[in-house]
Structures are given as C-alpha cells and as structure tokens.
Design a protein around this ligand. Structure first.
Ligand code: AGP
Length: 627
C-alpha cells in the first residue's frame, strides 16, 4: 500500500504531486508529504492525517520547483505521525526518498548506520534508504549509481522515488515487487504507484518491471535492470477516460460504483458472450469468448482458486459454479495462507488468481510460488495459471498465462462493489466455457443460464430504482446502538452472506459475522438476542426452505430478522422477516449477483448516515501491496 508519485518537467511540481496524491489516496491516508528541489535545496512538507491537512500546510508555500516526489502513507513501521510520514531525508537534508513496500532488513541496516554516527528521526523502515544513498554518494558523483548500490543492500518488496539537491535534474525510481508506472509527456515525465495519478497529464505509460531502475530527466527516461544493463522498453498509449475517476454527482465513490453495476455487467456480457451462438447449432462454436487455449482447459481434474478479501468471496461463488455447472472439483484458498502452506500438487490443475487490483502482495506471491514449485515437473503437473482482474496491465498479468479482464473500470471506493460483481461474472463465463467444452450440461441448459445472465443489468436497475429509499430508511435503525450483525446464507449464497458482513464491517465499523445458515445452531446462535440483527439471504431454490427454517430459529431467539428474497416470495417472507429487501425473480444459479446489491446498499447507508468516511475507511487501503 502507500502511494508514491513523482514529477520532473516544466510545470510547478507541487500542484501535480498533490493532484496525483489525491488520486492515490485510496492506497493509504494516515499521513502525506511532498519534497521538491529548488535553488539547490530540498523542501519537504509533511502532515499527519488526510491529504487535506497537507494541502492546508502548502496553501501559503510558494514554490516554482519543477521536480519533486510525493507520498500518501498506510503505516507499517511506525505510528501514523508526522515524523514517520514520507518523504524521508538524509542527515544533510540534501536528498529525499519516498517508498511503497517494506524493507525487511531495515533493522540490520539501521544498526549499521547508527554505528556510523547516523541519527534517525523516524521509526520507519524507509529512513535507511536516504542515509544509505547519502553514504554511497560520498564516493560517487552519480545519483543513479548511489541508488543502485543502495538497492543492492535492500531486502523486501518496494518501489522508491528519489530526488537530490545536488542532482536537480534527475528523478530516480526503482521497483522490486511493488508497482510503479512511468508517464511520458511533452518535456515532462511522471512516476506513480498507479497510473490513475498520471492519467490527467498523459496516457503514454510504461510499467516498470521488477528489478528495474529508471533515471527521469527533462530530456527523457533511461531504464536499467538491477544488474546495471540498459534496458530498451517502449511505452504504450492507454484509452482510459479520466472522467471514470470522478464522482459524477454521487455523494461517495462507493455509491457511484454501486450504481455502475448494471453497466459493468453489460460490458462483461458484450465482451465474453458470443452473440451468434444458438443452443441447437454448430457444436464447435462456443458460447463464450474468453480466449482460453486448449492447453489451459483440456483434461482438467482440479481447479484451485487463490484470492483475498472480497475476491475470495467471488472465488467461493466461482467454486460453486465450477463444481455444479462444469463438474470440476474446485478448492478456494486465501492466498495469504496458501503461500506458506501450499496444497499437495494435483495433476491437471488450473490455478485461478482473483484480484481486482492485480497487485495484492499475497495473491501475487501465491501465484508466483505455484508457478515456481511446478516448474520442473512432468507436463501434466506443471502450472496453468489464469488471472481474473480489473487491471490487465498490473503485475498479475506478468505471472499468469491468460487474464480475464473484468472490465469494471477504475474502482476508487475501498469497499469493492462493482469489481466483485464483475469477478463473479468472470466465473459464470469460465464455468460455462468449461461446461461447454466438457459437455457437462446440455446446450439448452447453457442457453437458459445465458438468458438469465442477460437479464442481470435490468434486474439490478430494478433493485436500485425500487429499493434504495426503503434500504436507506431501514439503515437508520442500526446507526446508533447496533454493535453486532449476523449474516446467514447457504449454497451459492453463503459467499453473499460473507460479502454482506465484510462490507458492513469495513465501512460502518459494526462487527458482523457470516455463517452458513445451517451452522448457526452449532454455536453462533448463542450470540443472538434482540440486540443482534440477523440478515438472511433467502433466495428461492434448493435451500430456500432450509434458510427460512434457520431464520425462524434466529427469530425464536428475539433477533430482528432482515430477509433478502425475491418479490414473489415477499408476501410469504413477510411472515418470517421483520424487514424484507426484495430483488426480482431469478434462478438460484444467478441469484448471488442480485442478492448482494441490497447488502451493499444497506452497508453504504448505515456508514453514510453515521457520517463515516465511506470511501476511505479507517485502517484500510484499496490495494494491499504489503504482506
Ligand atoms: C474489499 O471490500 C476489500 N477492500 C478487500 O477485502 C479486497 O477485496 C482485498 O484486499 C483483495 O483485493 P484485490 O481484489 O485487489 O486482490
């Protein structure tokens, strides 16, 4: 996490850095800072808290500097205090460094530096970097060389940007496992943790590879690998529209992103459904266009999915689909667990990494280790990797054999909404593609499921149009005294209960747990009384009656019961539930994408009414790029 940004060119650097940091604030927001170089001096301004605080401090600072670096922090080493905020400087205050990542051997390096007489100001791991560069510069006139020598001593995953008063026309950046992109303008160059920071200035982008270091000057960019060899790389031009990252009149990004979901599903359908496919025609003409080559899909005996957080919930829906529709045994693991306790190797396994950002450190590491441990095995045990991601230009794309782009557009709210729906859509397509290739269900059944998928956008619109006011009103009941929530669901909708609970926790700070409804009586039911509302995801289908019975058991313990069910069931459900959130009639297999919408909205309204920072909840960051 943390966001870094850098600029060198002809414009006032501070404004560009601050506007870049605004776009990176989702990566961390406990403190921020900028350092610029002007008239032979490094000027550094930092502030604890949100970027607004830094802005206020900079209001009266007049700077014409045309080079600088900026940082927005998510604390790892050292509390969120001003002295721990980046940039960090060397003792002579002649050079400044920002870092995203973790320097794992910083204690050892710090002790060494202290024994050489260096005084530290912060508790961060990063501060060793400017001091090391400074030491190397004592014997070198090249900033690039001093940074290279410093990097050789660093262990961990990091991206850094460095400016120096003694080298006022150079911005040095480097990447080791943490993301960093370069932007190319007319006589000006940018760097950032995420291209969204750069997009207002240029769409000509180059993603730095691992173990690359670059020197940006007003005249151009030179890239080297860590071994010191010059690397020849070409930037590419993006077709992203910066307007996608504006709030467009919505009070919060999260609300805007909830309302974008019908459009996102439409884009996914347009991209991955073959419009000319008919159930009774050419058997070799696939209904799905994922572009997966036969060597990834033939003879599969097992699928293993690796993900974190909301992406893990999407993976659980995926598991249900891959097993029930494509008939392939599927496991889902937290990437953070899998990387340290990988499962025994099964032949003919397809590994699917799910990550909206494409940068989650644990997911990336788990996929990399999976590829490495299978590398020298017989062909059928070797890794076949695909990624489901919203950022096809991100790190995951460099690891997997094929990316399924979820096409959700940039998501700014820390709480994932539209990217979750898009990931689940990715799993529908994957399951249908495999089911078609393996003939596990009939073409007419595939046709029925596709027809159901095509209805999703208008059905989500119906929920948004008809339920928004009622959900907002209901939300008022939980904004003052409610401290705990329980969510229950079964089968394909158990992951929706998990996702509903996660959304509520992360933005409203209300404790919420989700259980498979049938598990309540094995322990968690002891938690229930009239102070703990229970949300039951009760979508008609194979387990509907079971969920209703489990909900009744909760009601018998005085819990206030909120049901998510279909409109046709609403009258019957009114006998069970105290409050009913209705969604349109839908087949059970498609129901998760509708059931999750009222839960997203309920969480959103509870948090918004409580006056909380919906888009940037405390302690969180959008992209978890540290372990
Ligand atoms: C979702 O609301 C969360 N903010 C979080 O759980 C997120 O899904 C998780 O960090 C994984 O992120 P990724 O999809 O970018 O890998």
């Amino acid at each position: 996490m943390c966001g870094i940004v850098g600029y060198i060119g002809t414009q006032a650097a501070t404004d560009i850095l601050i506007s870049g940091l605004e776009r990176l604030e989702y990566r961390g927001y406990d403190s921020a800072g900028v350092a610029t170089v002007e008239e032979g001096q490094v000027n550094c301004v930092k502030a604890k808290g949100k970027l607004l605080k830094l802005r206020e401090k900079l209001e009266h600072v007049v700077s014409k500097a045309q080079i600088g670096i900026g940082h927005t922090r998510w604390a790892t080493h050292g509390k969120p205090e001003e002295h721990n905020a980046h940039p960090h400087l060397n003792s002579a205050r002649t050079l400044a460094v920002v870092q995203n990542g973790i320097i794992e051997n910083y204690l050892e390096l710090k002790e060494e530096l202290i024994s050489n007489g260096v005084e530290f100001i912060s508790e961060t791991d990063t501060e060793v970097i400017p001091h090391l560069i400074s030491q190397f510069l004592a014997n070198s006139t090249s900033l690039l060389e001093a940074v290279q020598q410093t990097i050789a001593k660093l262990e961990g995953a990091f991206a850094i940007a460095v400016v120096s008063a003694d080298h006022p026309y150079e911005l040095i950046v480097a990447r080791q496992q943490a993301p960093l992109v370069l932007g190319f303008g007319q006589g000006e160059f940018f760097c950032a943790s995420d291209m969204t920071a750069i997009l207002p200035h240029t769409r000509t982008i180059l993603t730095l590879d691992n173990e690359e270091i670059a020197k940006l000057t007003p005249l151009g960019v030179e890239i080297y690998n860590f071994a010191g060899d010059r690397v020849s790389r070409f930037p590419r031009t993006l077709d992203w529209n910066p307007v996608q990252v504006e709030k467009q009149g919505f009070r919060h990004y999260m609300l805007k992103e909830i309302y974008e979901q019908p459009a996102v599903v439409r884009i996914c359908l347009d991209n991955y459904l073959n419009p000319n496919w008919h159930a009774d025609e050419d058997p070799d003409y696939s209904p799905i266009n994922l572009g997966l080559s036969p060597n990834l899909t033939d003879n599969l005996e097992h699928i293993q999915i690796l993900a974190c957080g909301t992406s893990w919930h999407a993976a659980l829906v995926g598991k249900y689909l891959l097993e029930q529709v494509a008939d392939i045994p599927t496991t889902v693991d937290y990437a953070s667990e899998f990387r340290y306790s990988p499962k025994p190797i099964i032949a003919n396994t397809l590994t699917v990494g799910v990550t909206q950002s494409g940068e989650t450190a644990d997911t990336i590491a788990a996929l990399e280790s999976e590829r490495a441990r299978r590398a020298n095995l017989e062909p059928k045990r070797q890794a076949k990797l695909i990624g489901i991601t919203n950022r096809p230009e991100s790190t995951i794309a460099q690891i997997v054999d094929r990316v399924i782009d979820t096409h959700a557009g940039i998501e700014i709210g820390v709480a994932a909404t539209k990217t979750f729906i898009a990931q689940v859509m990715g799993f529908y397509f994957l399951a249908l593609d495999l089911a078609y290739r393996r003939k596990t269900i009939s073409n007419s059944k595939i046709g029925e499921i596709i027809a159901g998928l095509r209805h999703i956008p208008s059905q989500i619109e119906t929920i948004l149009d008809t339920q928004a006011d009622a959900i907002e009103e209901l939300a008022h009941d939980f904004t003052t005294e409610t401290e705990d929530f329980i969510f229950i669901g079964r089968g394909i909708n158990f992951p929706i209960a998990l996702e509903g609970a996660l959304k509520l926790k992360e933005i409203s700070y209300i404790h919420a747990e989700a259980y498979p409804a049938g598990e309540m009586k094995h322990g968690p039911i002891a938690l229930l009384d009239n102070k703990v509302p229970v949300v039951a995801v009760a979508m008609p289908g194979s387990v509907y009656e079971k969920v209703i019975s489990n909900a009744q058991e909760a009601k018998a313990r005085d819990a206030r019961l909120i049901g998510v069910t279909t409109a046709m069931n609403a009258t019957e459900a009114a006998h069970t539930f105290d409050d009913v959130l209705t969604v349109p009639e839908v087949d059970e297999l498609i129901s998760p994408v509708l059931a999750v919408i009222p839960l997203q909205m309920l969480s959103y309204h509870i948090a918004a009414i409580k006056g909380l920072d919906v888009d940037q909840p405390r302690n969180l960051a959008k992209s978890v790029t540290v372990e």
